[in-house]
Ligand binder design. Structure first.
Ligand code: NAP
Length: 259
């Protein structure tokens, strides 16, 4: 539970909100007073997240303007645009906080990586962030509102990883994209930052063989994998005015792994 209410007037759009880090971010931002638009490819999972959130939005038949679930595939331009339109129609304003957590892995050694697995990972992890960030920034600029955009990258985007050329490329792209967006949008008082988690205990990491997880855990100075809440804490800081002069940053949440 958050100890502060730094986001009382915020509307937060969270993608990938039906699982793992996106769900923890939704819970944390709602705990800090934000209204949450929880979006996922799996609409039922997004709805489950909404049920976890405190406040009036957690009740069935929530009134207009409280926590609400949305279904969208962020890799599709039309879907991303419609998502922003639906959120604005529902809450009568654009989201002032946008957290892109939607992401996938399709791991394979480069020598065997298919074009389809390359394309899909880049489409969700990088193009999806471009589409959501652009639609949100356009809505904020045209309504004269300021905001905070937080894109979830990965430490793998900085140091690479065996079996993840597609994923590492997408996550490195997120860092460069977010820095460039920060340069363009600062004049509109829209901050853009990326977060680079290390190994965080979520369904995504459950796909990694235990042998690999044990090896990586042994390399983490803090001695254990992260919890989704560890990432949510940093996202809440970046969403709030406590980070009001931070933009274009890439914040590592790794327990010291690959520092
Ligand atoms: P997760 O538990 O698998 O959650 C990812 C969520 O994104 C799922 O609910 C998934 O829905 C959704 N999603 C996938 N494709 C989507 C699409 N096209 N449109 C909308 N939503 C989509 O994974 P996580 O570990 O929380 O990961 C969240 C973010 O953190 C990802 O960007 C990931 O790359 C990043 N990250 C994670 C770690 C880690 O160690 N866990 C480390 C570094 C970075 P479905 O389940 O229906 O596919």
């Amino acid at each position: 539970m958050a100890s502060q209410l730094r986001l009382c007037s915020a509307l937060a759009l969270v993608t990938g909100a039906g699982s793992g880090i996106g769900r923890a971010v939704s819970v944390r931002l709602a705990g800090e007073g934000a209204a949450v638009a929880a979006c996922d490819l799996d609409g039922a999972a997004a709805q489950e997240t909404v049920q976890l959130l405190g406040g009036p939005g957690s009740k069935a038949g929530a009134p207009r303007g409280t926590h609400t679930a949305f279904q969208a595939d962020v890799s599709e331009a039309g879907a991303a645009r419609r998502l922003l339109e639906q959120v604005q129609a529902c809450f009568a304003r654009p989201p002032s906080v946008v957290v892109s957590c939607a992401g996938i892995t399709r791991d394979e050694f480069l020598l065997h990586l298919s074009e389809d697995d390359w394309d899909r990972v880049l489409a969700v992890n990088l193009k999806g962030i471009y589409l959501v960030t652009q639609a949100a920034a356009q809505a904020l600029v045209s309504s004269g509102c300021h905001g905070s955009i937080i894109n979830i990258s990965s430490i793998v985007g900085k140091v690479g990883n065996v079996g993840q050329t597609n994923y590492a490329a997408s996550k490195a792209g997120v860092i460069g994209f977010t820095q460039s967006a920060a340069r363009e949008l600062g004049r509109y008082r829209i901050r853009c930052n990326s977060v680079l988690p290390g190994f965080i205990a979520t369904p995504m990491v459950q796909k990694v063989p235990q042998k690999v997880l044990d090896k990586v855990t042994g390399m983490i100075p803090m001695g254990h994998m992260g919890d989704p809440k560890d990432v949510a804490d940093v996202v809440a800081f970046l969403a709030s005015e406590d980070s009001g002069y931070i933009t274009g940053a890439s914040v590592e949440v790794t327990g010291g792994l690959f520092m």
